[in-house]
Design a binder for this molecule. Structure first.
Ligand SMILES: Cc1ncc(COP(=O)(O)O)c(C=O)c1O
Length: 393
């Protein structure tokens, strides 16, 4: 008998299982883990590489779960095209690596996520890329920083941890007038507003946070104009910064409940912020939904779907912050955000560790500052944990 009719056991084991025919389609996305695709011939590989044919050949360049996630994010952000990256930092890095070359200039807003600042101020500088910073609450200060070498302005909708709200419309008016792309890091504000409709060129998210929502995946996404995203896709693949199928698939699950989670977290965050503000052990509360927040009026105009899940508050100093962290019974100190359970972070020791102490002090990122990422628990249980810890001797 020929080997083909009766293959050996090693062959039976090694051959891939045949695709299963079905006239019906799965209701939810299938997980497509294949790294590589079988190509029918040279005309097909040429067609795939030139874009004449649609399909996949190698997962680092693209795979169905990333395409599904990117399409959903484009629908949410009203963007033409999107790319899933290995992390939020990979989304920022691949966009920057695409837009800048030696001698270029980048403008960032003050108080960005620490690693974003580090990427621009300590890493890109090694490749001859310079930068300037501006106060996003004062868009008029941006215009004079833009030069003929400026290739990108990067801001966050809601900054970390001081929750300053960027006047995206005013910033976009300046960048559009100067013909410079504006990228908005929308990690703290998915669904709260749509930066592209306000004039941004690119929107990026750390999908790791609120979009994934369960602290079980690390991914990023950047969306924007099709032509620019295709260039970023090619750079991201070359630098190995694209996202993988399993985490894209998990993120699709998380995204399904994002709207509900976001509404609930915003409502609880507002409630806790008001109670913290009235507590004697708390010296300062930072929440855009409170009238005491410096950007409250702007937040009311810009954030049409709630003020977000993040609340920061100061307990006076590093010692008090440590005491609070050790006294809490249920809210864990975990240096991320956006989970279904409430977590807290100490920005000076985590996200902003190693940043210029003078800059941190000037911005108000003080040693007593705690940042709460509000989850889905019963608000009374969260308040009881916080109150007892604040009052613990
Ligand atoms: C505002 C913001 N942008 C970007 C990032 C980077 O995201 P990732 O950890 O997925 O690389 C973070 C991470 O905390 C963040 O808070």
């Amino acid at each position: 008998m020929s080997a083909d009719l009766s293959p050996g056991d090693a062959t039976r084991c090694a051959r891939a299982a045949a695709p299963v025919a079905s006239v019906s389609r799965p209701l939810v996305p299938s997980l497509d883990l294949s790294v590589v695709y079988e190509i029918a011939g040279l005309d097909q590989i040429d067609g795939l590489n030139t874009g004449r044919l649609s399909g996949f050949s190698y997962a680092r360049d693209g795979h169905p779960n990333a395409v599904q996630l990117a399409a959903k994010m484009c629908a949410i952000e009203r963007a033409e095209a999107g790319l899933v990256c290995a992390s939020g930092m990979a989304a920022i890095a691949s966009t920057l690596l695409t837009l800048v070359s030696q001698g270029a200039h980048v403008i960032i807003s003050e108080g960005l996520y620490g690693k974003s600042t580090t990427l621009v101020s300590r890493e890109l500088i090694r490749f001859g890329v310079t930068h300037d910073s501006f106060d996003p609450a004062r868009p008029e200060t941006l215009e004079k920083l833009i030069t003929s070498r400026t290739r990108l302005v990067l801001v966050e909708t809601i900054s970390n941890p001081l929750l300053r709200v960027s006047d995206l419309e005013a910033i976009a008016r300046v960048t559009r007038g100067a013909g410079v792309p504006l990228m908005v890091d929308h990690t703290f504000a998915p669904l709260l507003c749509r930066p592209i409709e306000l004039g941004a060129t690119f929107v990026m998210h750390s999908v790791t946070k609120l979009i994934g929502g369960h602290s079980d995946l690390t991914l990023g996404v950047v969306v924007g104009p099709r032509e620019a995203i295709e260039r970023i896709r090619s750079v991201a693949s070359t630098f190995g910064q694209t996202g993988n199928p399993f985490e894209s698939w998990l993120a699709l699950r998380g995204l399904a409940t994002l709207s509900l989670r976001s509404d609930r977290a915003s409502a609880t965050a507002l409630d806790l912020a008001a109670r913290l503000e009235a507590h004697a052990q708390v010296t300062r509360v930072v929440y855009p939904g409170l009238p005491s927040h410096p950007d409250h009026n702007l937040a009311r105009r810009l954030l049409t779907n709630g003020f977000g899940a993040m609340v920061s508050f100061d307990v006076g100093g590093r010692e008090q912050a440590d005491h609070l962290i050790r006294s809490l019974r249920h809210i864990p100190f975990a240096s991320s955000l956006g989970d279904v359970q409430t977590t807290l972070s100490h920005p000076c020791s985590t996200s902003h560790r190693g940043q210029d102490p003078e800059m941190l002090q000037r911005l108000g990122i003080t040693p007593g500052l705690i940042r709460l990422s509000v989850g889905l628990e019963d608000p009374e249980d969260l308040w009881s944990d916080l109150r007892l810890a604040l009052e613990a001797r």
